[in-house]
Design a protein around this ligand. Structure first.
Ligand SMILES: Cc1cn([C@H]2C[C@H](O)[C@@H](COP(=O)(O)OP(=O)(O)OP(=O)(O)O)O2)c(=O)[nH]c1=O
Length: 190
């Protein structure tokens, strides 16, 4: 069977794949510019980056299947950043407090013949109104680091989530229903 490469530096994506019994033959992250295009909408941004990551890494592994993913938090037409510092995470949480937002997780599978298959999962998440003390407590925990929208639903932030509609695995970073469909249609399961 052909090799499967996971084009991601996210340990969560590796763990999520393992939950459906898939262990990639290698992990080879793509390093690319994740700046949104002018007027790019959140789902389009996620789809473009998932495809770009998979295609970039596929060029390095011509005989393998390559899986890439991207998770974007969108508030209306705004794309929230991936929080690399506390001030950014604070701005994200302040914006998300007391309102609904969407989390788009796109997955792309590039086959050895170069054809690409794409899927996207969109979830709706609503946070309670966050008090300044709750935001401070969350920031002190550090789980926001490197996360789209400045939070990780798989950690303490889930206690602030009043409502979730969609895919929990998608919010964490790799929607398992869509990923299984992609891998299955390529004959990579069982
Ligand atoms: C909203 C949310 C995001 N995230 C994470 C998933 C992604 O790792 C990250 C969004 O950044 P991504 O650019 O999707 O992924 P990444 O930079 O971590 O890894 P790579 O590009 O190499 O695949 O935010 C959570 O872990 N939990 C959450 O609840």
């Amino acid at each position: 069977m052909s090799r499967l490469i996971l084009a991601s530096a996210s340990p969560r994506r590796l763990d999520l794949l393992a939950r459906i019994g898939v262990v990639p033959d290698a992990v080879d992250p793509a390093d690319l510019d994740e700046t949104p295009l002018k007027a790019e909408r959140p789902p389009a941004h996620a789809g473009r980056l998932a495809a770009a990551k998979a295609e970039l890494v596929a060029a390095r592994h011509p005989d393998a299947y390559v899986l890439g993913a991207d998770t974007v938090v969108g508030a209306g037409i705004r794309i929230l950043p991936k929080a690399e510092d506390e001030a950014t995470a604070r701005r994200c949480l302040t914006l998300l407090s007391g309102r609904r937002h969407r989390v788009h997780s796109a997955v792309t599978l590039v086959a050895p013949d170069g054809t690409a298959r794409h899927r996207i999962s969109t979830s709706i998440v609503a946070f309670k109104v966050l008090t300044p003390a709750e935001i401070d407590a969350y920031l002190a925990g550090g789980e926001w680091h490197g996360k789209a929208g400045g939070y990780a639903i798989q950690g303490a932030a889930e206690a602030y989530v009043r409502f979730l509609s969609g895919s929990h695995s998608g919010v964490v970073g790799l929607p398992l229903f869509e990923t299984r469909a992609l891998l299955g249609s390529a004959g990579l399961l069982g």
